[in-house]
Design a protein around this ligand. Structure first.
Ligand code: NDP
Length: 263
């Protein structure tokens, strides 16, 4: 039996074991997926091989450590320096990143998208903004503090703090901050947020499993919106297709993984 796991700190809340085990069970793959609470990311590689894992996912705060642990990093992960999917390929640790493609999967029904206003400048924003730029989407990034905006300025992206907001409209407004995760806060003061909400077509949040104040505001303004559940599903489908090495189509995996969201 092939063994898989998710590494994180914390990791108890993760839906990944449920999502992947549902796929393995329903597609009759001889595999099992568990979770590993890893405090020190520098121990990731030795723990992965000590547990004889065939593959793994990596969540907060170890995605950069996972990048460093890999023998080879492929595709988009190379560009952003963060890995969320690991595969044991003949004793070599291969790293991928499926988060950004997972988000693009989530917003497929939101078309056309030519411009996006991104709130937040953390790891998730880095991955998504790089993907938007690859897809020729105009992006502006807003963060409550200046420090993390430097990275985006170097990419040539227009950046803003709350006191100098952009003077234009956007197709999609996206919350990548943790505001609303444990607190009832907006990603920016409501008076800075509302002008964009009233003029945009769509709103999206990467937080899943709850209606954040940001999404409640989107609903109040009659916008089409979604939380982070479809992004979670999208990144999971792509990770599972690496784990299962092409034995099943993405459509088959998606059908079975979706069912885990009803459990
Ligand atoms: P980081 O810690 O790297 O970045 C957090 C960002 O949020 C920073 O820009 C920070 O601003 C900002 N922020 C935090 N609190 C507030 C607040 N109260 N008001 C305004 N801004 C705030 O986090 P990640 O990018 O790794 O993760 C962000 C979220 O994305 C998490 O909730 C995570 O669960 C979710 N996520 C969801 C996924 C999915 O599949 N749906 C996948 C990956 C992540 P500052 O720089 O000023 O501190």
């Amino acid at each position: 039996m092939k063994l898989f796991a998710i590494f994180g700190d914390p990791v108890a809340h993760s839906r990944s074991p449920l999502m992947h085990n549902n796929v393995f069970k329903n597609l009759h793959a001889n595999a099992c997926y568990t979770r590993v609470h890893l405090k020190d990311g520098t121990h990731l590689k030795e723990t992965f091989f000590a547990l004889k894992l065939h593959g793994a996912n990596v969540t907060v705060p170890h995605k950069e450590a996972a990048y460093d642990a890999c023998d080879e990093v492929r595709g988009f992960a190379k560009k952003i320096g963060a890995v969320n999917t690991l595969v044991n390929e003949n004793g070599r640790l291969i790293g991928y990143n499926t988060d950004a493609d997972g988000f693009m999967y989530a917003i497929k029904p939101f078309q056309p998208i030519h411009s996006i206003l991104v709130f937040g400048a953390g790891g998730t924003a880095k991955a998504l903004v790089n993907k938007f730029l690859d897809d020729d989407i105009t992006v502006h990034v807003v963060n409550r503090s200046q420090r993390r905006l430097d990275y985006f300025q170097q990419l040539g992206v227009a950046t803003h703090t709350w006191d100098h907001m952009p003077q234009r409209t956007f197709d999609l407004i996206l919350n990548t901050t943790s505001a609303g995760l444990d607190t009832d806060t907006y990603p920016a003061p409501i008076e800075s947020l509302e002008p964009y909400m009233t003029t945009c077509h769509y709103c999206a949040d990467v937080i899943y499993g709850k209606t954040t104040p940001f999404l409640a505001l989107a609903r109040h303004h009659g916008k089409i919106f979604k939380d982070g559940a479809d992004m979670l599903l999208g990144q999971g489908v792509l990770a599972a297709s690496y784990f299962l090495e092409g034995s099943f189509s993405n459509e088959q995996i998606e059908t079975e993984m979706k069912k885990s969201f009803l459990l």
